[in-house]
Each structure stands twice: as structure tokens, then as C-alpha cells.
Design a protein around this ligand. Structure first.
Ligand code: KG4
Ligand code: ZN
Length: 398
């Protein structure tokens, strides 16, 4: 039988993303439009602006991705899609409601259009859960496929959690954040230091931290004494803000608007490096705790997936390399990267990935359409009855 073909749509936050993936794990086409530059000066995602930006590009992205997947022109694309596409998968939450609605309506318009274009029954609608999509995406890289159950550390601007992925639709939250997410903390501190956050606060802070001494400031590691897997960054953020203000005073500048980066670059770099060390050590300690807990209570857990924008951080990767060595597991990052190309050969066998810490390729760690399409594939294959008519009441708000 020919592989199933699924289109995925993601609009839950500030990325408009669409992709077509088949059930053999081939990515036929994908596109992402990021909104970082729109929100950069507001200190966070502005929902109204995000919705507008999604609305401006979504239909065009869907059309473009479909033309590429079916290698055809705009004239033929609707008839071809009506016959070739098995499902349209849409992120229904959690996320910003007005943004989720844009993706949902685009899917409805698409399904309507396909019905007009052909007498074929056309694709079914599948609603997907944003966190499940993040967790399932490493299973797309057919060369190495982590099998259930596995542990996930999901760390981005919007999420900071440890999940036990038991099965499709069966995810247990082992730990979450009591206040802010780690990505948010990186973004906030980057702005406080005076960094240009147009390309993301995290990467800018990581670059500056390379010039600094990570032990210059002794910020306390959060929730060390608590015997659980939760996170907290509010206290650390405050400690860092106070340190920045103190340094600014110390190197006194008459200009009230001057940033520490302008006044004393070395002090700013020392704070960046110290904050980064403590924030990442916190992630590391709680993840290690969850993994060791799994070893006794959930021995079938044989892999750890690290995903979300913060997974791009090279200091975090190095720290997890140490953990891998400690427990005799292997760290896969470039290797998985290579299998992304490899997976375009559908004849190759999928092999189970055991005793591994996996960092998926970065563009599949951050919000993307491929993860939604792939979650749709898994749902289509396993839960045929989950597919159905679009129902806007399913939208789930953060
Ligand atoms: O997954 P993502 O693209 O979007 C959200 O769902 O938020 O993650 C973006 C977040 C931002 O907060 C950004 O500062 C952080 O990931 N980030 C990093 C790095 N690259 C991105 N944080 C630390 N170090 C990095 N290299
Ligand atoms: Zn996300």
C-alpha cells in the first residue's frame, strides 16, 4: 500500500509552520515563518500581533507546501491534494487561543476547498496536542526510533517540563515549572543585560557567556533541597536582576538608560555565564533525578529526549554528554541529524534506539510543522477513530 500522507499545521504561539510528511517518515515539504522580529521590542509574544502575522501567511504557506509535496502547479494542487492527502493535522492546544483558531480555520478552509476540487472523500481532520507533537518528533527519524516509554525534557520559551511518554496520548507530567520557563528566563536576562534580542535572547546570552567566568557570581541553584522534579526560575531571575543593578551602580554611569553591557562588558559577560551555569545546572539536576527515578521505578525507560529551543544550548549539550558517560548511555545529536537525510530512504529498516540521550536536529526541536504532521501520522496509524470532523470546541488554551 502507498504510505499515508499528512499535512500538519502549527500556529499555537509565534511560529506559523506547515509541512507534509508520509507514514514512512519522509518529509515531503516544510515551511516555517518566525515572528521573532515582530515581538522583539515588546518583551514577549503579543497575542494580537501573533494572530495577525499568522493570518497573513497561513494560506499561502499551505498552498506552497502542497505544491512542493505533489510537485505540481497551483492549478492542479487542490485536485491532487484531495486525492493524495490522507489527513490534515492541526495543533489544537495548548497555546494562545486566538492563534490556535487561525490554524484551525485555515484547515477548515482547506478541507472545504478540497471537497470542491474533487469528488474524492478527501483527507480527514486530526487534532493534535502540541506537547505530544514535540515528544513524538524524534520517532520520525526512522533510522533510530526511541520506543515507548521514554523520558522527555521539554525546554523552550513556552515550556519547561519533564514528561514520561508512555504511549500515544499517554504522557505523564513528572515535573513542571512553578513560575517561568527557562527560555523566558534567558530572554529576560538577555534584555536586562542590554543584549540585542532580535535573533532570540538565548543565543545572544550564550554567545556573551563565552567571554565570562561562570563562577564569578554565586547564584543559588533553585529547588535543590526539594525531592521532586519541578523547576523554578523566578528567584534566579530576581537574584540576577539585583546583581545587574548592583554592578551598574558600582561602575556608575551618569546615563540612566545605559546597560551593563555598555558600561562594563566583562561584568555583563560574568553575570551571563554565571546565570547560564546555574539555570542549566538546575535543568540538569532535575532531569538526572527523573532519569534515576525511572531506573528504579520505570526500568523500561531507555531513552531521554531533550527538545525545545533551549536544547540548542551547547553548554547544556556538553553537560548531558557527561551524564551519558556517567550512566553508560550514548548521546545522539549529529547522528540523528544525519538520519534526517537518511530517512528519505523508506526502504531502510527502523531500529530501536536504546540507552540514548537524543537531541533532535534543532529545527525540529523548536515549533515546526513536521512534528504536527508526524503526530498526525502516528494518530492516523494507531487511532483511526481519533480522526473526524473539525470541532473548534476542542481548542485548548494554555
Ligand atoms: O522552542 P522555541 O523556538 O519557542 C518556544 O516555544 O518558545 O524556543 C525559544 C526559546 C527562547 O526563549 C530562546 O531564548 C531559547 O529558546 N533559546 C535558547 C538558546 N536558543 C534558543 N536558550 C538558551 N541557549 C540557547 N542557545
Ligand atoms: Zn512548542
Amino acid at each position: 500500500a502507498r504510505p499515508h500522507l499528512v499535512l500538519g499545521i502549527e500556529t499555537s504561539c509565534d511560529d506559523t509552520a506547515v509541512a507534509v510528511v508520509n507514514s514512512k517518515g519522509c518529509i515531503l515539504s516544510e515551511a516555517v515563518v518566525k515572528q521573532d522580529s515582530i515581538h522583539a521590542r515588546y518583551g514577549g509574544v503579543v497575542p494580537g500581533l501573533a494572530r495577525q502575522a499568522h493570518e497573513q501567511v497561513i494560506d499561502e504557506l499551505i498552498e506552497r507546501v502542497l505544491c512542493e509535496a505533489f510537485t505540481c502547479s497551483q492549478n492542479e494542487v487542490w485536485a491532487r491534494s484531495a486525492n493524495g492527502l490522507d489527513a490534515v493535522a492541526v495543533t489544537m492546544g495548548p497555546g494562545l487561543e486566538i492563534c490556535l483558531r487561525v490554524g484551525f480555520r485555515a484547515a477548515q478552509r482547506l478541507l472545504g476547498r478540497l471537497k470542491e476540487a474533487s469528488s474524492a472523500p478527501g483527507p480527514v481532520f486530526i487534532s493534535t496536542h502540541h506537547l505530544e507533537s514535540h515528544c513524538l518528533v524524534p520517532r520520525l527519524f526512522g533510522g533510530y526510533r526511541p520506543s515507548f516509554p521514554f523520558l522527555v525534557l521539554l525546554v523552550s520559551g513556552g515550556h519547561c517540563m519533564l514528561l514520561l511518554a508512555r504511549d500515544l496520548g499517554n504522557f505523564e507530567v513528572l515535573g513542571g515549572t512553578l513560575d517561568d520557563s527557562v527560555g523566558e528566563a534567558f530572554d529576560k536576562i538577555a534584555r536586562l543585560l542590554g543584549l540585542d534580542v532580535g535573533g532570540g535572547g538565548g543565543p545572544a546570552l550564550e554567545r556573551l557567556a563565552r567571554e565570562g567566568n561562570p563562577n564569578a557570581f554565586d547564584f543559588p541553584i533553585p529547588l535543590r533541597k526539594r525531592p521532586d522534579c519541578n523547576f523554578s526560575f523566578a528567584g534566579l531571575k530576581t537574584a540576577v536582576r539585583v546583581a545587574i543593578e548592583r554592578e551598574l551602580e558600582r561602575y556608575g554611569s551618569r546615563d540612566e538608560t545605559a546597560t551593563l553591557l555598555q558600561v562594563n562588558r566583562q561584568a555583563a559577560a560574568d553575570i551571563a555565564a554565571s546565570f547560564q551555569r546555574v539555570a542549566l545546572e538546575h535543568l540538569f539536576e532535575k532531569t538526572r533525578r527523573a532519569l534515576l527515578w525511572c531506573r528504579t521505578h520505570e526500568p523500561d525507560v531507555q531513552s531521554l529526549l531533550v527538545s525545545g529551543g533551549v536544547a540548542a544550548n551547547s553548554v547544556l549539550r556538553a553537560r548531558f554528554q557527561q551524564l551519558a558517560s556517567e550512566i553508560g548511555w550514548r548521546l545522539h545529536d549529529e547522528e540523528v541529524e544525519r538520519t534526517a537525510a537518511w530517512s528519505t530512504d523508506p526502504g531502510a529498516p527502523a531500529c530501536d534506539l536504546k540507552q540514548a540521550i537524543i537531541f533532535p536536529p534543532l529545527r525540529y526541536c523548536t515549533d515546526n510543522g513536521v512534528m504536527v504532521a508526524w503526530a498526525g501520522v502516528e494518530r492516523l496509524l494507531r487511532l483511526g477513530d481519533a480522526a473526524g470532523e473539525p470541532d473548534i470546541d476542542q481548542i485548548e488554551v494554555v
